[in-house]
Design a binder for this molecule. Structure first.
Ligand code: NAP
Length: 245
């Protein structure tokens, strides 16, 4: 790992992403806050700079390929490379939609498609845009913020209490699967690709019902964003270790 890493965290104006950015900055790394609202991104970057971090922001809507390409150009102009891409941006539902659209009894395919656009296709869009910059790093790595909610092993237990959700849950299963495909495909280039589960964290995503703080939820993503170049790839972990697929 270079002494000072250049890291980009998507969806980092609040919640777990903001904490990932803060913790990476606290470790002395240069952090780029990627947000779809330029004002939110700059506000967050200014707060983290005020706390001593080397932090800037870039506008990045993960569902928009042109936005991702423009963000990659900006990072290239500023830093010339990217060492760590943290695909954190995610949603649990379509804004304004109620949960019925994710229920098997009343599924709304547009609600489900909307979630996949962000949580799955957004990761491909952003990764595609930033791969050329990751290839310029001596120690490139990608961290995908997935979830144990997408674990087939855990969710196929009919006795487990988590809500059934046709959009969010399969989107995280797909993201974990994408992680393995990227890890295998990019292994010859020594680009490490890992998925993490933050745990159940109190954020906007779940109406602040989670039990962990965003700082606790960020810790595993930060760990995997800072692994050495001979570190693991193609894993799904949380702060206790491997999560069942
Ligand atoms: P959050 O507080 O709602 O933050 C989500 C972030 O994603 C926000 O910054 C949001 O930006 C951003 N975002 C959404 N759509 C975007 C888009 N199209 N382009 C760019 N940014 C976008 O939720 P969180 O809990 O911190 O979630 C972060 C990640 O952790 C997600 O991938 C989530 O699935 C995962 N996760 C969370 C939990 C949990 O318990 N909270 C558990 C497992 C996994 P805006 O402010 O502009 O909306």
């Amino acid at each position: 790992m270079p002494e000072t890493m250049i890291a980009l965290v998507t969806g980092s104006n609040k919640g777990i992403g903001r904490e990932i950015a803060r913790q990476l900055a606290d470790l002395g790394h240069t952090v780029v806050i990627g947000t779809r609202s330029a004002a939110n991104g700059e506000e967050t970057a200014a707060e983290l700079r005020a706390a001593g971090g080397d932090v800037t922001s870039v506008t990045l809507d993960v569902t928009d390929a042109a936005s991702a390409a423009a963000a990659a150009d900006t990072v290239k102009d500023r830093f010339g490379r990217l060492d760590a891409l943290v695909n954190n941006a995610g949603i649990s539902g379509r804004p304004g939609a109620d949960f019925a659209g994710q229920s098997p009894a009343s599924a709304n395919v547009d609600d489900i498609r909307f979630i996949f656009e962000t949580n799955v296709f957004g990761v491909v869009t952003v990764t595609t845009a930033f791969l050329p910059l990751l290839r310029l790093s001596e120690s490139p790595r990608i961290v995908n913020v997935s979830s144990s909610a997408g674990s087939l092993t855990l969710t196929s237990d009919f006795n487990q209490p988590d809500p059934i959700a046709l959009g969010y849950v399969p989107s995280k299963t797909a993201l974990t699967s994408l992680t393995i495909q990227y890890a295998r495909g990019l292994a010859p280039e020594k680009i490490l690709v890992n998925a993490v589960c933050p745990g159940f964290v109190a954020t906007d995503l779940n109406g602040f019902r989670g039990q962990l703080t965003p700082a606790q939820g960020a810790a595993q993503a930060v760990r995997m964003a800072t692994i050495p170049s001979d570190g693991p790839t193609g894993t799904l972990t949380d702060s206790d270790g491997p999560v069942p697929w």
